[in-house]
Design a protein around this ligand. Structure first.
Ligand SMILES: Cc1cc2nc3c(=O)[nH]c(=O)nc-3n(C[C@H](O)[C@H](O)[C@H](O)COP(=O)(O)OP(=O)(O)OC[C@H]3O[C@@H](n4cnc5c(N)ncnc54)[C@H](O)[C@@H]3O)c2cc1C
Length: 449
């Protein structure tokens, strides 16, 4: 939003409310600045505006004013994972926004493209129930079934043993598993409360939809190296600096960098204020994708499992058959390899892939991990906050800086609600689709330090 645009709106509002005295008072400062040749920043005007609204306490006027276009604003979103993409999507459904999503590597190149894509309405309490509903709405309106493999699933907890034998009479065991090896099987979720998406396709689709509004641009291939701060106020963020030296101004900057959020220095180095970091750490996890034969009778059954590996260690692979004739399997988390500088430098541990391939065939005749069937082997990093709940809110120490990260094992599920919450915060609106109780907890300022 340019300062001129804001000044024009300002004039309009003053005329509209017919507040002659206020008009004079309010116009004085910008006019003065113009006369003496100072460039008035949009941020500066916004702050005066906020003060004015507080001062006159005209909430009705303020609301109407918002509807007239007050929120025209430039937003810079850092990171095109599921969180950055959902934020861009919900933000782009509003008028007078211009959004730039800045992605260092590729859209959904990290965990947002390599996750299971499992959705569980009870995954994270009220918060996940709200996001599960949003996923269902999105799948209906965007044809999620065709575009990103959205489908309802039945979910089981399954324990498999090579030594104990069951008598094969448990009729809840999905028929494509080795019946005699399943020593425990319980239904965890039904098609009402568990579902799945292909996470990469979901992220790409939602970002494409944001772009299609004409309000979102995506800049790929250059990472943000630092934030830019106002020269008058070192706590006021005014844009971002990219690794090719270009700058992008932003009225608001939103960090959606997943595990990299915790490596990103906050604080104006030039003014030697203390540099600090968000409390987000990274853990790695491996996964494989197997192609199954066309006639394999594998249903829409998500499995949370328990099984001993060759060394007698308990493993808990999660198994998600996908509607495109593949099965996704992910394994244990580890911290043996620190997070690299970018997603294209992530290293895999071949032993972790071997373990998954070996375990796969213990569950079913149809889970063949031989070379012909192993279509993907990969690793990626989870973004973890201290309490495993996401950090979503306005940064307590920096003006115009917003954070949405730390979604740990539920980022695909929580992407939509996180995008909606951030949009509410940025536009200063409130939708009844966001449980306020959760929001108060997630945005608590102590959690950002
Ligand atoms: C094995 C595994 C399975 C999972 N399964 C599920 C599941 O079934 N269901 C579920 O809900 N969740 C699941 N998750 C969790 C989910 O994948 C994550 O919580 C989610 O993807 C995090 O999204 P994000 O957008 O915050 O981060 P990311 O996907 O990591 O995206 C961050 C983006 O920021 C970019 N970036 C980083 N630094 C910069 C920079 N300086 N400038 C510009 N861009 C930058 C990166 O390149 C990246 O694209 C799983 C995770 C793992 C590891």
């Amino acid at each position: 939003m340019s300062a001129d645009y804001l000044l024009a709106m300002w004039d309009l509002k003053c005329l509209w409310t017919n507040e002659v005295k206020e008009k004079e008072a309010l116009k004085l400062e910008p006019a003065l600045c113009r006369d003496i040749g100072i460039i008035v920043s949009a941020d500066y005007l916004l702050e005066i505006w906020d003060l004015k609204c507080l001062w006159t306490n005209e909430s009705a006027v303020y609301r109407s004013w918002e509807n007239v276009k007050f929120n025209a604003c430039y937003y810079s979103i850092i990171g095109a994972g599921v969180i950055g993409s959902c934020t861009a999507y919900y933000q782009s459904q509003n008028d007078n926004v211009e959004i730039t999503v800045i992605e260092k590597t590729q859209v959904a190149c990290a965990s947002s493209g390599k996750a299971g894509g499992f959705l569980w309405s009870e995954g994270d309490g009220d918060f996940s129930r709200a996001s599960f509903r949003l996923h269902r709405e999105l799948a209906q309106s965007l044809n999620g079934k065709e575009r990103y493999g959205y489908r309802a699933m039945t979910t089981y907890s399954v324990t498999v043993s090579n030594t104990a034998q069951n008598n094969g009479t448990n009729d809840t065991v999905p028929p494509w598993l080795y019946q005699e090896k399943v020593v425990y099987c319980d239904e965890l979720g039904t098609q009402k409360d568990t579902a799945q998406v292909h996470p990469k396709l979901f992220t790409q689709t939602i970002l494409d939809e944001a772009i299609a509004t004409g309000k979102t641009k995506v800049k790929i291939g250059h990472g943000v190296t630092e934030l830019i701060y106002s020269s008058q106020d070192p706590t006021l963020v005014t844009g971002v600096l990219l690794d090719d030296g270009t700058t992008i101004d932003g009225d608001r900057v939103i960090i959606c960098m997943g595990p990299w959020s915790g490596q990103f220095a906050l604080g104006n180095k030039a003014l030697s204020s203390a540099v600090h970091y968000l409390p987000v750490n990274a853990t790695r996890a491996h996964s494989i994708v197997l192609k199954v034969d066309d006639d394999a009778p594998i249903g829409a059954h998500a499995l949370f499992t328990e099984i001993k590996d060759n060394d007698g260690k308990m493993q808990h692979p999660e198994i998600y058959p996908r509607p495109n004739g593949t099965v996704y399997i992910c394994g244990e988390q580890d911290v043996s390899e620190p997070l690299p500088k970018s997603a294209d430098q992530v290293k895999m541990d071949p032993a972790a892939i071997d373990t998954l391939c070996h375990l796969a065939k213990e569950f079913s005749l149809h889970l063949d991990a031989s070379q012909d069937h192993l279509v993907t082997q990969q690793a990626c990093y989870l973004p973890n906050s201290r309490d495993q709940n996401p950090l979503i809110g306005k940064h307590p120490a920096y003006k115009h800086l917003y954070i949405s990260t730390g979604h740990s094992v539920w980022g695909i599920l929580l992407g939509p609600i996180s995008g909606l919450i951030m949009t509410d915060l940025l536009l200063n609106t409130s939708t009844n689709r966001v449980p306020q109780s959760c929001l108060t907890v997630l945005s608590s300022s102590v959690r950002f330090k």
